[in-house]
Design a protein around this ligand. Sequence first.
Ligand SMILES: NC(=O)C1=CN([C@@H]2O[C@H](COP(=O)(O)OP(=O)(O)OC[C@H]3O[C@@H](n4cnc5c(N)ncnc54)[C@H](OP(=O)(O)O)[C@@H]3O)[C@@H](O)[C@H]2O)C=CC1
Ligand SMILES: N[C@@H](CC=O)C(=O)O
Length: 434
Amino acid sequence: MEPVRVALLGCGVVGSEVARLLREQHDDLAARVGAPLELVGIAVRRPERERPGVDPSLLTADAEDLVRRADVVVEVVGGIEPVRSLLHEAFRHGAGVVTANKMLLAEHGPELFEAARAADVDLYYEAAVAGAIPLIRPLRESLAGDRVRRFLGIVNGTTNYVLDQMDTTGAGFADAVERAQALGYAEADPTADVEGYDAASKAAILASLAFHTRVPGDAVHREGITGVTAADVAAAARLGCVVKLLAIGERVPAGADGGPEGVTVRVHPAFVPRSHPLAGVRGPFNAVFVEAEAAGELMFYGPGAGGTPTAGAVLGDVVAVARHRVHGGRGPGESAYADLPALPMSRVLTRYHVRLEVADRPGVLARVADAFAAHGVSIEQVRQQAVGEGPDRTAELVVVTHVAPDTSLSETVEDLAHLDAVLDVTSVMRVEGE
Ligand SMILES: NC(=O)C1=CN([C@@H]2O[C@H](COP(=O)(O)OP(=O)(O)OC[C@H]3O[C@@H](n4cnc5c(N)ncnc54)[C@H](OP(=O)(O)O)[C@@H]3O)[C@@H](O)[C@H]2O)C=CC1
Ligand SMILES: N[C@@H](CC=O)C(=O)O
């Protein structure tokens, strides 16, 4: 049987593990595919660098030439260029593609899916969202007969690791990020993780699949975790919560006020009650809840980052694409028929936890309560604690709201910041998962 020629682009945290698994599982993979997988080359930036276990004769800096010699191109480089052009080259030469690159898919997914369709080849990307967790295939195949209402999850291993370290070991933010980098969880530039860009790309991919509509990365409301302090983590603990970076996508029906049907997609830190299963997702693990009309609630859980788990997901795709080369057929393409608009945050309903530093004098609480009432926001809990002594005494005031439109909540916070009695809006965090 003719071998299936595999080109590997990238030999870093993920790529080196893909190369190892291709080598070590050669016979099993051949049996599963129905033909041997032959690794014909590995494109890297620095081919002269020694890489344990990698045959140096496979290394090349000429990725374009390599792509033209392959039946299946595996892209684990990251970023936009040169990989976007290389994948187009792969499609032009009739190769199927496996990629773990969420940023590329969130920014250029439609053109790449179209190129794959025109060339009648596969584009698989299971590892692009939530590492090792089988999530893309369930969404694009198993749930193809259902109607997804909502997804809510942790889709970035680095930030979950960082927040978990802050919560459980009292680690500082910078130290925890450094450890995540050393463990191979972080992106080449960890700003993508901690500022929520990576999670936003993943949320865009999930929303596009779940709601059969194109959601570009820049349509996702994004807030990272750089503003989360040790005091926020402690405040969450006092409320029986943990802080998590969440990715949430919801199908929103047409509003009574004439607002159109559409989808909201957002990434931001939030307080999650310790009783919620997402609160127990530790370290670099990810978990995603999917609520579908027929299936009800589903939860996908597993390692969200790291070389070996991610390489496992990549290999699963390689087997699927190689099988199609050997036996014919093609995996599902893009499904964007629903064409729903991405709606603004004003259509999101959520709860806020607001921490204020206020002057500790009569009438302050009433003025704060009035600010919430003025925007139609109902308060669920208030806790006030004096700080210091004497006439200049201040107080920490914590307000937890009931569910309200996100815009009403953020306008309330803006008004609070202008009240004389409010010395500082110390922190504002959404509360999710109840
Ligand atoms: N790390 C993880 O846990 C996960 C990563 N991903 C995704 O997988 C991809 C790779 O991530 P990761 O392995 O961590 O990244 P690394 O930074 O560890 O590796 C990148 C690799 O790409 C090579 N490379 C960089 N630029 C070029 C170029 N212009 N031409 C050819 N090769 C190039 C590098 O070469 P050299 O070695 O010479 O520097 C290196 O081998 C990214 O898209 C990432 O988002 C997805 C899920 C999990
Ligand atoms: N940097 C990413 C890697 C996997 O996608 C993360 O931390 O989740």
